[in-house]
Design a protein around this ligand. Structure first.
Ligand code: MV4
Length: 505
C-alpha cells in the first residue's frame, strides 16, 4: 500500500481548495502550485506549502508537466491530484506521474486513453453490454463512406470527432447533400482542436436530457455507482446548473443506469472517481456518450444527496484503501442543486469579464455550501476559465432546494465584476425549470426570454445593494451618495440595477 503523507495539488481555484481541504481532513499535507496570476489566490495559503510554477499562461504553469513533476519531487510529495480540466485527462501526464514514482490520484493512463478515444470507448462499451447510440464504432475513411453509413443509420445523424468530446468537431447532418460539406468542416475543426481529424457517425437523438452517473472504483476491484446528476441546463457545452437526483429518473431507471455505469467502469478496470455520461431520450431509452475520467465540477450535488466525500474517497482509494461506500447503503436523500457562479455577463452575451473582486459576501446558513476559488482583492483574468465559485444547496425536496438556492443567491454580493448570479435567479424562477421540463436545448429555448428584462433582480435586498454600493464607491474613491464620475458605468450588474432603480442615493 502506498504510504502517502503529502499530495501535490496540480490545479488552481475552487477545485484546488476543495482538494486541499480534503487532504487536511484525511490527515495529509498538501502542496499547492500557482502561477504569477494566482499569487494571492486562497488555494495558495490554504495548502501546507506552495510552489510557484511560472507565468500566468497555462502552458507555462498548470499545463507544464515537467514543472509539476519537479515541484512534486522537490516538495517531497508521494502523490499528485490533477483536479478537473488542465492535465486531469491527459494519459501522458498520468504516465509521467507514475514514471516519477508518484501516485496519480485517478485512473491508470490506459483507462484514460481507452475512454479518450471515442470509437474505442464505444467498442468497449458495446462489448460490456452498455447501450450506445446507434452508429459506427470505427472511424470513417472519407465523405463517401460517411454518406453510405448515414443513409444506413437514417438522417439526421451527428458527425463526431473520434478524439473529441465536449462538442468540438461535431456536425449535425440532416440530409444527404449536407454530408460532404459537413465532413470537411468537422474534419478541419477536429484536426485543429485535437491534432486528429478522425470522425465517426451516430444517429442524432432529439431533445435528450444529459444525465450522468457518478462511479467509484477501488484497487480491490469494487465499483459502485452513486446515482445520477441532471446536467441538461447548459449553454454551448458549459453547464450552468446541475442537480441530483433528476426528476426524469425513477428508482428503476436509476438502478438500470447505475448497472450500465458500473459495467462501463469495470470494462476499463477503472480505479478512482469517474463519470459516465448518458443521453436520456424522451422515450426513456438511454445511451452511453462518454466517460469523464476525473472528478467533475458538479461532484458536490452527488456528495450532498449521498453523504459521501468523493475527494476524500479519491485520496483513500489512491492510498490503496477499500472504499468506504457500500452498495446497499447508497440511496439518495433529499435534493441538491449547484449553480456555477462565473465571471460572465449574462446581459452581454455571457462575455467573460475581467477585473478585481472588490467586495464579496458569501451566502451561508442551513444547507448552503460555497466552493469558491476567489476572495475580495483577487483579480480575474482571461488566462483561466471564468468560474468564481460553485454555490450548492441541499433541501428535503426539489422545491425546498430551489427555495434555498434563491435565498442563497440573494445573499450573495459580488462587486467589481459582472457575474452569472442574476441569470441563475431567473432560471430558478422559470416555470419550465420549476416543473422539470428541461432538456439539453432548454437554454436555447428559454435563455433570451429569461434575459428580456434588462433590469436585474428587484429581488435584491436593499442591504445587499447598499453594501455593494458602498464597497464600489470606496474603491472608486467617490463620496457616498455623490455622483461617482460622469459616464462611469458601474462594473457590477447589481450596481447598474441599483443606479437604475435609484437605490443607494
Ligand atoms: C449527441 C447528441 C445527440 N445525439 N449525440 C455534445 C457534446 C458531446 N459530449 C456529445 N454531445 C451530444 N451528442 C447524439 N447521438 C447531442 C449532444 C449534445 C449535448 C450533449 C450533452 C450535453 C449538452 C449537449 C448540447 C448539445 C448537443
Amino acid at each position: 500500500m502506498p504510504d502517502l503523507k503529502r499530495v501535490l495539488v496540480a490545479n488552481r481555484g475552487e477545485i484546488a481548495l476543495r482538494i486541499i481541504r480534503a487532504c487536511g481532513e484525511e490527515g495529509l499535507e498538501s502542496v499547492a502550485v500557482y502561477s504569477e496570476a494566482d499569487r494571492l489566490s486562497p488555494h495558495v495559503r490554504a495548502a501546507t506549502r506552495a510552489v510557484a510554477l511560472g507565468p500566468a499562461p497555462a502552458a507555462e504553469s498548470y499545463l507544464n508537466i515537467p514543472k509539476l513533476i519537479a515541484a512534486a519531487r522537490d516538495a517531497g510529495c508521494q502523490a499528485v491530484h490533477p483536479g478537473y480540466g488542465f492535465l486531469s485527462e491527459r494519459a501522458p501526464f498520468a504516465a509521467a506521474v507514475a514514471e516519477a514514482g508518484l501516485v496519480f490520484v485517478g485512473p491508470s493512463a490506459a483507462a484514460i486513453k481507452a475512454m479518450g478515444d471515442k470509437t474505442e470507448a464505444r467498442r468497449r462499451m458495446q462489448q460490456a453490454g452498455v447501450p450506445i447510440v446507434p452508429g459506427l464504432t470505427t472511424p470513417l475513411r472519407d465523405a463517401t463512406e460517411a454518406l453510405r453509413e448515414a443513409e444506413r443509420i437514417g438522417f439526421p445523424v451527428l458527425l463526431k470527432a473520434a478524439a473529441g468530446g465536449g462538442g468540438k468537431g461535431m456536425r449535425l447532418v440532416g440530409a444527404p447533400a449536407e454530408v460532404a460539406p459537413a465532413f470537411e468542416a468537422a474534419r478541419s475543426e477536429a484536426t485543429k482542436a485535437f491534432g486528429d481529424g478522425s470522425l465517426y457517425l451516430e444517429k442524432y437523438i432529439e431533445r435528450p436530457r444529459h444525465i450522468e452517473i457518478q462511479v467509484l472504483g477501488d484497487s480491490h476491484g469494487r465499483v459502485v455507482s452513486l446515482g445520477e446528476r441532471e446536467c441538461s441546463i447548459q449553454r454551448r457545452h458549459q453547464k450552468l446548473i446541475e442537480e441530483a437526483p433528476s426528476v426524469a429518473v425513477s428508482p428503476a431507471l436509476r438502478r438500470r443506469m447505475g448497472e450500465a455505469a458500473t459495467a462501463a467502469a469495470s470494462a476499463v478496470g477503472y480505479v478512482g472517481a469517474g463519470t459516465i455520461e448518458f443521453l436520456l431520450a424522451p422515450t426513456g431509452d438511454f445511451y452511453f456518450l462518454e466517460m469523464n475520467t476525473r472528478i467533475q465540477v458538479e461532484h458536490p450535488v452527488t456528495e450532498l444527496v449521498y453523504g459521501v466525500d468523493l475527494v476524500r474517497e479519491q485520496l483513500r482509494i489512491a492510498m490503496g484503501h477499500p472504499m468506504r461506500v457500500h452498495r446497499g447503503a447508497l440511496e439518495p436523500r433529499g435534493h441538491a442543486i449547484e449553480c456555477r457562479v462565473t465571471a460572465e455577463d449574462p446581459f452581454n452575451g455571457f462575455l467573460p469579464a475581467t477585473g478585481v473582486v472588490t467586495y464579496l459576501r458569501v451566502p451561508a446558513g442551513p444547507g448552503v455550501r460555497w466552493d469558491g476559488g476567489v476572495e475580495a482583492g483577487n483579480a480575474v483574468t482571461l488566462h483561466y476559465d471564468p468560474l468564481l465559485a460553485k454555490l450548492i444547496v441541499w433541501g428535503e425536496t426539489r422545491e425546498a432546494a430551489v427555495a434555498r438556492m434563491e435565498r442563497a443567491l440573494r445573499e450573495l454580493v459580488i462587486v467589481g465584476l459582472p457575474s452569472s448570479q442574476a441569470f441563475h435567479l431567473r432560471v430558478l424562477a422559470d416555470p419550465d425549470f420549476r416543473s422539470g421540463a428541461i432538456d439539453i436545448a432548454y437554454l436555447e429555448r428559454r435563455g433570451d426570454a429569461l434575459l428580456a428584462d434588462p433590469v436585474p433582480e428587484r429581488l435584491l435586498k436593499p442591504l445587499a445593494v447598499t453594501a455593494a454600493l458602498l464597497a464600489d464607491e470606496r474603491r472608486n474613491g467617490a463620496r457616498p451618495g455623490g455622483g461617482s464620475g460622469e459616464g462611469a458605468t458601474p462594473a457590477s450588474p447589481w450596481l447598474r440595477a441599483a443606479r437604475q432603480e435609484g437605490i443607494g442615493g
